[in-house]
Design a protein around this ligand. Structure first.
Ligand code: MN
Length: 260
């Protein structure tokens, strides 16, 4: 199996190393990742600057490249340079924090998998669902889960233009209760933008905010991981709200120039 790895925490991230270690047990792994952390870059791509690529020494002697770009750039450079004839699997992660609910749209980790999917390759994003700053990330739990589910991830039924978003709770392996296939939940932020003052009294703004997680909504990634389950969410690239189309069509103002 030909596997392309990327992430948004940068090529030196511990989570990427943890992912590479397991993936190398199942196929030929090539790593193409940003040269620094690019978290929350979403599905952006670099268009107005040249992409520089540098081969780097990587654990286990794996072929690896760092790119001065974002995960989307890395996947596309990877499919040009590392796997010019294509590959069978794109893995993105393991992110050092959760990527659930609406955060999926901000996530560079998820964007890496999305770009693999757009290229017609089975793709999986993986993140550690950690909710307390500074708590241990437990990558070993994700590694154990990945070993057990690698073949499933590579072969499970998945429609075209769909990829998988996986969140592993940051807990010890014996505490892991299983796996749930669930919907995207809601992650809503309170006090999203904070106004501060610089030493000269000029205001500046810092975006972050406190996330309000509603873990009570059942059947979501948020509730599954908070109960100790690995969440697996299939995400479709077709964002069309198909069910709303007839009502929208029906509500259109009458076109005066045409007789019904
Ligand atoms: Mn990240």
């Amino acid at each position: 199996m030909r596997i392309l790895l990327t992430n948004d925490d940068g090529i030196h991230a511990e989570g990427l190393r943890a992912l590479a270690e397991v993936a190398a047990e199942f196929g030929t792994v090539k790593v193409v990742a940003p040269d620094r952390e690019r978290s929350a870059c979403g599905h952006s791509m670099t268009m107005r600057d040249p992409l520089r690529v540098k081969a780097v020494n990587y654990q286990g002697g794996l072929e690896a490249y760092e790119v001065n770009g974002v995960p989307v750039d890395c996947v596309n450079v990877g499919l040009t340079l590392a796997w010019p004839d294509g590959c069978d699997l794109v893995l993105s992660g393991i992110n050092n924090g959760p990527n659930m609910g609406f955060d999926v749209t901000y996530s560079g980790t998820v964007a890496g998998a999305m770009e693999g999917c757009i290229n017609g390759i089975r793709s999986v994003a993986m993140s550690m669902a950690l909710f307390a700053d500074g708590a241990p990330l437990h990558y070993a739990t994700a590694q154990a889960w990945l070993r057990e589910h690698f073949s499933w991830l590579a072969t499970c039924p998945l429609q075209p233009l769909t990829f998988l978003n996986v969140n592993v709770p940051a807990i010890d392996l014996p505490e892991l209760r299983g796996t749930r296939v669930v919907e995207m939940g809601k992650r809503v932020y309170e006090d999203r933008v904070e106004m501060r003052q610089d030493p000269w009294g000029r205001p500046y703004y810092w975006q972050g905010g406190v996330v309000i997680v509603d873990a009570r909504e059942p059947g979501t990634d948020v509730s599954a991981t908070s109960q100790g389950f690995v969440s697996v969410t299939p995400i479709s690239l077709n964002w069309t709200a198909t069910a709303q189309m007839p009502a929208l069509e029906h509500s259109l103002p009458h076109h005066a120039g045409r007789t019904p």
